[in-house]
Design a protein around this ligand. Structure first.
Ligand code: ACO
Length: 397
C-alpha cells in the first residue's frame, strides 16, 4: 500500500477525446499533449518549473519519439526535467500513475507530472528491413489495425479474446451485450448533462490549427455514437456466433490526460479546495490465460483492492477501461459490483480509446465522482494487450 502519493484537488486534466481521423488527426501527439499541459498549468495557475520529474505515457509511435519525454517537458515549459516513458498498451495510464507513485514512495521525486498522450489517427506504417527475405523484400506493419486484429502470441483479434471470456463464463447474449452498451451510453450522458457540468470540472479545451489562418477550439468529445436498443439490435456480432457488435465496443481516438503525483504537503498547497485530500492507495496487475484479455481485469482489480485492504463493499465508485461490453458484464458478475456505482459519467466504451490516456481520464473522472459523493474509495481497472490488465485504488477525503 502506498503511503506518500497524493494528487492535488484539480491537479489533473483530460482533453476532449476525438474519434480517430477527426480534429486531432494531423497533430503529433507529443506536441498536442505538451500544448494541452501548458494550458492546464496556465488555467490552474501552476508553474512548470515546480516539477522535478515527468512520467510520459504513450503507446503509438510519433515522429521524434526517440526524444519523447525530454522533448515533451521542454515544450510544456520545463527543459530541466525528464523521466521514464511508459508504454504498456492500454494499461499505460494506470502504470504511469504507479510509476510516479514509486518515485514518491522511494523519495526519488517530490513532485511528478504524469502526462499520457496518444494519436490513433494516421498511425505509423512501419517498414522493417528484411535482408534475408526473397530479394530483401521488406516486412511491413500497420501499427493500429494489425495489432487490433492479431496478438502475435495469442493469435486472436482483441474482440475474439472478449468473446472467449464470455464463453468461459456462462455466455453473454447479444441482447445482454446491447443492454450494457445502452446503459454505458446513458451513464456517459450524465457527464454531458447541464451543459457538460461534470466534464467541465476537469476537461481542458484544445486549440487546433487547421490552416495558416484558422484555429478551432475543440471543447467536447468528438465522434460519439449514440447507443439505443433500436440502433444496436440490427447490428450483427463482429465474430460470427458472438455477442459483440461494432456498437458494443470502443472506437480508436486521439487525446491526452494527466495529473500531478506529489507529497501530502505539496498536494495541499496546490489544491484548489484544501479540504479535499486525494491519495493513490495501491496498484494491481494480472495476466490471464492466452487469448482471454478481458479475464485479466478481475484479478488485477482484486490485487489492487487486497493491497489497499479493501473489498468491493467498501467502494463508492468503480471505473473501467471497457473496450468491449463483455469486460463489464463478466467483471460485474465475478466481483458482484453494484450497477449503480459502476461506470457512472462515462467509460471508454463510449468516449473512445486513445490508449495511453484512457486509464488516466478514467482515474480523473473517478476522482471527480468521489468528490461529488463527498469522499470514499474508488477502483479503476482496465484490460490491456497481451491478456493483461492493471488497476488502481484511490481514496478521497
Ligand atoms: C486493450 C484494449 O484496449 S483492446 C481494444 C483495442 N481497440 C479495439 O480493438 C478497437 C475496437 N474497435 C474497432 O475495432 C472499431 O470498431 C473498428 C476500428 C474496427 C471499426 O471502426 P469504424 O470503421 O469506424 O466502424 P464504425 O464505427 O463505422 O462502425 C461500423 C458500423 O456499425 C455502426 N455502428 C457503430 N456503432 C453504432 C451504434 N452505437 N449504434 C448503431 N450503429 C452503430 C456504424 O454506423 C457502422 O455502420 P455502417 O457500416 O452501416 O456505416
Amino acid at each position: 500500500m502506498f503511503q506518500k502519493s497524493f494528487i492535488p484537488h484539480k491537479g489533473y486534466w483530460s482533453s476532449p477525446f476525438s474519434r480517430w481521423q477527426m480534429s486531432f488527426q494531423n497533430i503529433n501527439s507529443i506536441e498536442l499533449g505538451a500544448a494541452t499541459t501548458r494550458k492546464f498549468l496556465e488555467t490552474r495557475g501552476y508553474e512548470a518549473a515546480m516539477f522535478d520529474g515527468c512520467v510520459l505515457g504513450m503507446t503509438i509511435g510519433q515522429k521524434s519519439w526517440f526524444y519523447a519525454n525530454p522533448w515533451f517537458c521542454a515544450m510544456m515549459g520545463n527543459d530541466r526535467i525528464s523521466g521514464p516513458t511508459v508504454s504498456q498498451a492500454c494499461a499505460t495510464g494506470a502504470t504511469s500513475i504507479y510509476t510516479a507513485c514509486m518515485g514518491l514512495e522511494s523519495d526519488t521525486y517530490q513532485n511528478m507530472l504524469v502526462a499520457t498522450t496518444d494519436r490513433c489517427s494516421n498511425g505509423p506504417h512501419t517498414i522493417w528491413p528484411n535482408p534475408k527475405g526473397p530479394g530483401g523484400e521488406v516486412i511491413s506493419e500497420n501499427w493500429l489495425m494489425d495489432n487490433f486484429n492479431q496478438d502475435p502470441y495469442g493469435k486472436e483479434a482483441m474482440v475474439k479474446t472478449a468473446e472467449n471470456v464470455a464463453a468461459d463464463n456462462g455466455g453473454v447474449s447479444k441482447e445482454e451485450s446491447d443492454a450494457m452498451a445502452v446503459r454505458r451510453y446513458e451513464q456517459y450522458l450524465m457527464s454531458t448533462a447541464d451543459d457538460s457540468a461534470f466534464q467541465k470540472e476537469y476537461m481542458i479545451p484544445v486549440d487546433v490549427k487547421i490552416s495558416k489562418k484558422k484555429t478551432i477550439t475543440v471543447e467536447a468529445d468528438e465522434g460519439i455514437s449514440p447507443c439505443t436498443p433500436e440502433g444496436l439490435a440490427p447490428l450483427k456480432p463482429v465474430v460470427p456466433g458472438g455477442c459483440i457488435s461494432f456498437g458494443a465496443q470502443t472506437h480508436p481516438a486521439d487525446g491526452n490526460a494527466g495529473l500531478i503525483v506529489t507529497t501530502k504537503e505539496k498536494a495541499r498547497e496546490l489544491s484548489q479546495d484544501k479540504s479535499v485530500t486525494i491519495q493513490v492507495l495501491s496498484y494491481g496487475y494480472a495476466r490471464a490465460k492466452k487469448a482471454h484479455m478481458a479475464a485479466a481485469v478481475t484479478p488485477a482489480a482484486e490485487m489492487a483492492l487486497a493491497k489497499a485492504g479493501l473489498e468491493v463493499k467498501d467502494l463508492s465508485a468503480v471505473k473501467t477501461h471497457n473496450p468491449f461490453t463483455v469486460n463489464d458484464i463478466i467483471m460485474g458478475r465475478l466481483m458482484g459490483i453494484p450497477g449503480d456505482i459502476f461506470n457512472n459519467y462515462g467509460s471508454s466504451m463510449v468516449f473512445g480509446h486513445p490508449q495511453g490516456p484512457t486509464g488516466t481520464r478514467c482515474t480523473v473522472e473517478l476522482i471527480e465522482e468521489l468528490i461529488k459523493l463527498g469522499g470514499g474509495y474508488g477502483l479503476f481497472a482496465g484490460c490491456a494487450a497481451g491478456d493483461t490488465a492493471a488497476a488502481l485504488v484511490i481514496k478521497v477525503n
